[in-house]
Ligand binder design. Sequence first.
Ligand code: AVJ
Length: 323
Amino acid sequence: SAGTGLLDIHLTEDDAAAALRADVRAGLTAPLKNLPPKWFYDARGSALFERITRLPEYYPTRTERALLIDSVDEIAAATGADTLVELGSGSSEKTRLLLDAFVRAGTLRRYVPQDVSAPALRQAMDALAADYPQLELHGVVGDFTAHLDRLPLGQQRTVAFLGGTIGNLRPHERRVFLDQLRAVLQPGEHLLLGTGLVIDEPTLVAAYDDAAGITAEFNRNVLHVLNRELCADFVVDAFEHVALWDPVDEWIEMRLRATRAMTVHVRALDLVADFAAGEEMRTEISAKFHVAGVRQMLQASKFAPVRTWTDPLERFALTLAVA
Ligand code: AVJ
């Protein structure tokens, strides 16, 4: 398709390739090996994530959707948004709930989805264009931690950052991110933030270590990405999926554990990485929060919390805040 709507590219394929190389070099030479979670999401990784969202153990997506269903009309009324910006929009599935409510409220003119993947964005925008012909679509290809200053202006913007993705950031990175977002918003504009909450450990761990093994495949997928993009020779099946709860930092940590000693070559980086038998490489943190902690975190970055919605089991929170 020729595509509908404007697409700003703030992150070219060359930029992404350079970022991947830098991340992999740093991560594989660190004393505790690590890879950032954003490299999970090639086409296969995005499809695996979509499957994760439908797993019985993975409650965040369906819980957040239920919260949105209960809150969207109030959010639309409270914000009066003419522009909805969605950070890390992915397939923009939950977006439709918000768009429908904002359209019902009669204020919305424009939707600005932002994502690191241009093809995913183009596809989501084409689907939305067919269903929301009255809406101006303005996609932004970029990294939500790096390109906030390039978001288009609006009269009255609401920025949605859903799914609990803020939990992929460490506390300091969250602070920097929220400070930067606050700095680009005008007073009176809004942030809608989804956060997973701290709950019992078995439920949390099961959500990241499902019985069908889809999350394990998703985790290992980053090794396929490195093999393809950087001519690496990871034996993917020689790594096992680990998901554990860190009660001090209050985050889930995903790791890949080498089941035997291995030497991995990353040809595009001219890099050799040795793995000891049992060595673990961290691939994701997914922090969980307390309702009061979310509000404090927002206030520290000069957002005023307006309202928080939680499900009856208090597994997930949706917080509306004003700049
Ligand atoms: C997309 C970052 C919100 O942390 O729960 C799902 C990613 N990782 N299963 C999350 C994920 C493993 C997800 N986020």
